[in-house]
Design a protein around this ligand. Structure first.
Ligand code: ADP
Ligand code: ADP
Ligand code: ZN
Length: 219
């Protein structure tokens, strides 16, 4: 059984982080975001974080062996026993193959891949107006989803900030990297018959309804 071994996939800005909070609330699985974990390592100035930052600031991918190691460690935590939501991983075919191997080793498999699709011009507007909570990582948008109090997270009262890589030039490069290295995963998972394509160009609540319909009822 791997119905709740979930992946949320899509270009930067598609709404993966936004949807993740509704999904983890509904299904009770942990949210595993490689981007959040890497930013944490950067903040804590670990050797891995300092190395990763060089790639992140340019909008390039951190090397596969680094992120695969992070995910392998995380999936060994007991809170993943009933499922998980991977966000931002896998991003390359070798990462997807490594994940399949990790799961096969514990007699599990990817249950569903939620692919959130949004056109590029909307993505650029979403990313350049994005702000993130320093404490809980929740994303908001200065125009599309503004916080009740400017600069403050509605969920936890933390301070909102703009990510170093949410500038227009870096965003365009991240979209290009997505097309070349990550989009092929849609076909990879199509072959496993686990893809659900979701129209991400709707209000967040409508997107969540489509996502929940694709994953299925709570057990
Ligand atoms: P991702 O994790 O895929 O990069 P986020 O969830 O961080 O994307 O969303 C990117 C930005 O777009 C954020 O500023 C978020 O508030 C905003 N956003 C998310 N979903 C929608 C939506 N359905 N419509 C408009 N803006 C959205
Ligand atoms: P977004 O929310 O915009 O989709 P993320 O927060 O997932 O972006 O990732 C930010 C950056 O962290 C990426 O541009 C990349 O440099 C690095 N990163 C995150 N996940 C991975 C991964 N699975 N493989 C390689 N690099 C990654
Ligand atoms: Zn917060």
């Amino acid at each position: 059984m791997a119905q709740f071994d979930l992946i949320i996939l899509g270009p930067p800005g598609a709404g993966k982080g936004t949807q993740a909070s509704g999904i983890v609330e509904t299904y009770g699985v942990p949210h595993i975001s490689t981007g959040d974990m890497l930013r944490d390592a950067v903040k804590n100035q670990t050797a891995m974080g300092l190395e990763a930052k060089k790639y992140m600031d340019k909008g390039e991918l951190v090397p596969d062996e680094v992120v695969i190691g992070i995910v392998r460690d995380r999936l060994q935590q007991p809170d993943t026993s009933k499922g998980f939501l991977l966000d931002g991983f896998p991003r390359t075919i070798p990462q997807a193959e490594a994940l399949d191997q990790m799961l096969a080793g514990i007699e599990r498999n990817v249950g569903k891949v939620i692919a959130i699709l949004v056109n590029d011009e909307a993505l650029v507007k979403r990313l350049t107006g994005r702000r993130i909570c320093r404490d809980c990582q929740a994303p908001v948008h200065v125009v599309f989803n503004p916080p009740k109090v400017e600069g403050i997270c509605d969920k936890c009262g933390g301070e909102l900030y703009q990510r170093d890589d949410d500038t227009e030039a870096t965003v365009r490069n991240r979209l290009e990297v997505y097309r070349q290295q990550t989009e092929p995963l849609i076909e990879y998972y199509d072959k496993q018959s686990v893809i659900a394509r979701i129209d991400g160009d709707q209000a967040p609540g409508a997107v969540l309804e489509d996502v929940k319909a694709a994953i299925g009822p709570v057990l």
